[in-house]
Design a protein around this ligand. Structure first.
Ligand SMILES: Cc1cc2nc3c(=O)[nH]c(=O)nc-3n(C[C@H](O)[C@H](O)[C@H](O)COP(=O)(O)OP(=O)(O)OC[C@H]3O[C@@H](n4cnc5c(N)ncnc54)[C@H](O)[C@@H]3O)c2cc1C
Length: 264
């Protein structure tokens, strides 16, 4: 692990790579700068020197290619972890997918994002709606004791196309074992039958009322707080649907009950 003082990034090393779905979903663990601190739900900017001279160890940040990735790990873990999709014709993710343990990755020293539990008033039900890798931002919240001090229950909804895209299920199961009835996990696949769950988009399940029914809990703006994370189709539509039900983002220091992060 190296830190170069006047650069806006640190140079880190991949310590582990896991492929969840070959050619599609993977995660990487990296070394971490001790100064890099974040809250669950925030994201880092990862950089690669795409198309640059390989001998240049500290290229100018403006020459590198950067992309945002939510931290999956806990703030006090030794390593950072990121869960990623390989976008076949993407600029950055194919090169990220090709990295192996021992390879270098650049990480911006700054931390970004406002999808954090301190955006909400204390108490009530925390709904976490994600599609695809949007799950990433919510994983550190599930393991953060503060989440369970602040909210009565947590409902995690993960929408994917296929069943094999339900990642981190062991970790989610361990949260269930710890928090029991206070935690509901709904893994919804649109293209394959999964348990007794409907094969529908999360937004369709909001409209039909099935999501509240499956969760065993109403979507009441008086007590529920919603976070949305993932593909912009879901976040935009869900924001609109929840807005019609009385949910609002926080503004000018007033806490809201709706927070949204789009991945593209
Ligand atoms: C705040 C924020 C946090 C993010 N966190 C993550 C994360 O934790 N994990 C992650 O995989 N990506 C995350 N992303 C997306 C990531 O930054 C890149 O956009 C993604 O890796 C694709 O980059 P690319 O250069 O390969 O694709 P580009 O050449 O930039 O092509 C962009 C296209 O790729 C597709 N795309 C982008 N991101 C995704 C995705 N996550 N899943 C499916 N399709 C996608 C969309 O069609 C988009 O139009 C995040 C984005 C933002 C804004």
């Amino acid at each position: 692990m190296t830190e170069i003082l006047d650069l806006p990034y640190t140079i880190q090393t991949i310590v582990e790579k896991k492929v969840w779905v070959p050619g599609k979903l993977f995660s990487i663990k990296t070394t971490r700068d001790p100064e890099f601190s974040f809250k669950p739900g925030q994201y880092a900017r990862l950089g690669l020197p795409l198309g640059l001279d390989e001998d240049e160890k500290t290229p100018p940040a403006s020459d590198m290619t950067w992309r945002a990735f939510s931290m999956v790990n806990q703030p006090d873990d030794e390593h950072l972890e990121f869960f990623a999709t390989l976008v076949a014709d993407g600029l950055f993710s194919p090169s990220l997918y090709d990295l192996e343990a021992g390879d270098t990755i650049y990480i911006d020293k700054s931390v970004f994002g406002f999808l954090t539990i301190d955006q909400f008033p204390q108490g009530g039900t925390l709904w976490l709606l994600s599609t695809g890798t949007g799950l990433s931002a919510f994983l550190p919240m599930l393991n953060d004791p503060k989440t369970w001090e602040l909210f009565d229950r947590v409902i995690l909804c993960h929408g994917t196309r296929y069943i094999n895209e339900f990642a981190y299920t062991d970790m989610i199961q361990s949260v269930k074992e710890r928090y029991g009835d206070r935690f509901v996990y709904l893994a919804i696949s649109t293209r394959e039958a999964h348990k007794d769950l409907p094969q529908k988009r999360l937004t369709d399940l909001i409209v039909s009322g099935e999501l509240a029914e499956l969760a065993g809990h109403p979507m009441d703006p008086e007590e529920a707080r919603f976070m949305l994370c993932g593909n912009p189709g879901m976040t935009t539509e869900a924001r609109k649907l929840l807005g019609e039900r009385g949910f609002k983002s926080g503004r000018r220091g007033n806490l809201g009950n709706l927070a949204v992060e789009k991945y593209w």
